[in-house]
Write a protein that binds this ligand. Sequence first.
Ligand code: G3H
Ligand code: 13P
Ligand code: ZN
Length: 308
Amino acid sequence: MPVVSAKEILDDANKNIYAVGAFNINNMEFLQAIFRAADAEKSPIIIAISEGAMKYAGADMLVSMTRTMSNNFPRIPVAIHLDHGSSLNAVMAAIKAGFTSVMIDASHFQYEENLKMTKQVVSLCHPIGISVEAELGRLQGVEDNISVAERDAVLVNPEEARDFVASSGIDFLAPAIGTSHGAFKFKGEPKLDFDRLKKVKKYTGIPLVLHGASSVPEASSKKFEEFGGNLKGAKGVPFDVLKDAVKFGINKVNTDTDLRISFLARVRESIYTDASQIDPRKIFGPARDYVVDVIRERMKVLGSSGRC
Ligand code: G3H
Ligand code: 13P
Ligand code: ZN
């Protein structure tokens, strides 16, 4: 299957109640790990590329590597998606480089400005078959003991989501329901606002996206610390919470931190246990293999295994 828009992948996930991982890449090893996991699990994938990744490796480089991998694994549906695009310029750079899907993240602006920018992106992308994601609410953890008003100020407003989706024409929406990026998501219980999520799904019906969805797997963080790292207080979204999120309407699960921690945990192990190793392939190779297993486990949890 050729590289497709993320809409194509996510519409099926929405219809059949499962989620597809959107995995971030910055280099070849992560990309290979994602494709190898997808091949083993028979899972569709979304390759997420941030503006930071474009700056680090070059958008053309990342897109051509992804297209090459896609040619090597023709059975796997794959979308090339701009993660957290912050401006029209970033979206245009992604289109020029050959992305098939974009996120415009104007969630830090007021509602009207967010809607205006999102509409511009939709009118740029839809005529050329590129799917569009937008975000509502702010991505940050919310403590149990905060007031209703404070909670409402951070998390998605379901009625607003209904109007936003109807007037923007976006293909999928990222509603803030209590996750945050990185390895330190929760101080207490890892809880998400599922009542809000259910309402957003009911009011919009479109595929929904969970950002900040990494689980911080125990084996990876243990290894990271065993070999000299520090991840004190790290906590992710547990698998059972992820499964419920999928049940209540999440179809795209953004994952970067888990890959970062796992890769570097294994790099740390190699450096520690093989101190005279000077061949980077002997260090990055096992780290890449380790990430494959982490991604495969995630595909099973999300229900994307066996879908292609
Ligand atoms: O949500 C952001 C992703 O983890 C990408 O992060 O901007 O450091 O590339 P980055
Ligand atoms: P994590 O930091 O939880 O992996 O989230 C990644 C993300 O949301 C990318 O957009
Ligand atoms: Zn994100």
